[in-house]
Design a protein around this ligand. Structure first.
Ligand code: ZN
Ligand code: ZN
Length: 258
């Protein structure tokens, strides 16, 4: 099993899932040229990819999607709203795939359950992927954690979870006020403290491995994100030694939590 980030942050996001039969890329927010060697490092050649899932139309999630789909004849799965907003050039119509009503669907040997995320895009979507009795979730780009997200992610074995910004760093940082408001808003990004609360909930509800991802370059550091989350988890009585908590590197592949 492979479940890891290939790049992570506002400069580009991509996640690889593989259950040894089906190879799924979730988002490609960097050029296909940059992605291909990272995929190889993560253990999959681009020729062996089967599907691309897209969370939403922001460039840091879909920049390389069109080229990858054309080059390797890959089906791209996204919500109707994401398709309307996504600029990926001409794609073979057979490779344009959407889903209905957030129902689960089969993707090769895996089952995918899309879920709504509160973010300032058309119809942004997180994904739970289930295979061989285990569940893996990508939950980034969400202004807050909704009841539905909390319910959907219960008993997910491994989660890639957003820890976008430290509240004090954002307040004191150099961003214009309008951008600060957007990031901190209900449809922006998840701060370290909210991420920590949710990580603690996940660990109490069956999650064994979390990678903190989509960190802001300006308003966070890997050390700050890790410290905020690990301190909260420990103070809630969760034993950190039993779990895997790590931070996704911005430009390199993360550890494997598959
Ligand atoms: Zn976004
Ligand atoms: Zn993003």
């Amino acid at each position: 099993m492979i479940f890891r980030t290939l790049v992570s942050g506002s400069s580009g996001n991509a996640v690889l899932f593989s259950d040894d039969n089906t190879n799924i890329l979730i988002d490609c927010g960097i050029s296909a040229k940059r992605l291909i060697p990272l995929l190889c490092q993560a253990g999959i050649s681009a020729q062996n990819l089967d599907y691309i899932l897209v969370t939403h139309e922001h460039t840091d999630h879909c920049m390389g999607v069109g080229v990858l789909s054309r080059k390797f004849n890959l089906p791209v799965i996204a919500s109707v709203g994401t398709w309307q907003g996504m600029n990926v050039g001409r794609i073979n119509p057979e490779n344009i795939v959407t889903f209905n009503n957030y129902d689960s669907f089969e993707v090769g040997t895996a089952t995918v359950t899309p879920f709504k995320i509160p973010h300032d895009a058309n119809m942004p979507t997180g994904y739970v992927i289930e295979s061989q009795g285990k569940k893996y979730a990508v939950a980034t780009d969400m202004g807050h954690v909704t009841m539905n997200i909390a319910e959907t992610l219960k008993e997910c074995n491994s989660v890639i979870l957003e820890a976008n910004y430290d509240e004090q760093m954002l307040i004191n940082g150099s961003y214009p006020q309008s951008l600060k408001n957007r990031i901190a808003g209900k449809f922006g990004h998840l701060c370290n403290a909210d991420c920590a609360r949710f990580a603690s909930y996940l660990f109490e509800n069956g999650t064994e491995k979390i990678i903190l991802g989509h960190l802001s370059d300006e308003n966070n550091t890997p050390e700050t994100a890790f410290k905020t989350v690990s301190e909260k988890i420990t103070s809630d009585g969760v034993v950190l030694e039993d779990l895997s908590l790590s931070v996704a590197p911005r430009y390199e592949i993360s550890i494997n939590i598959g």
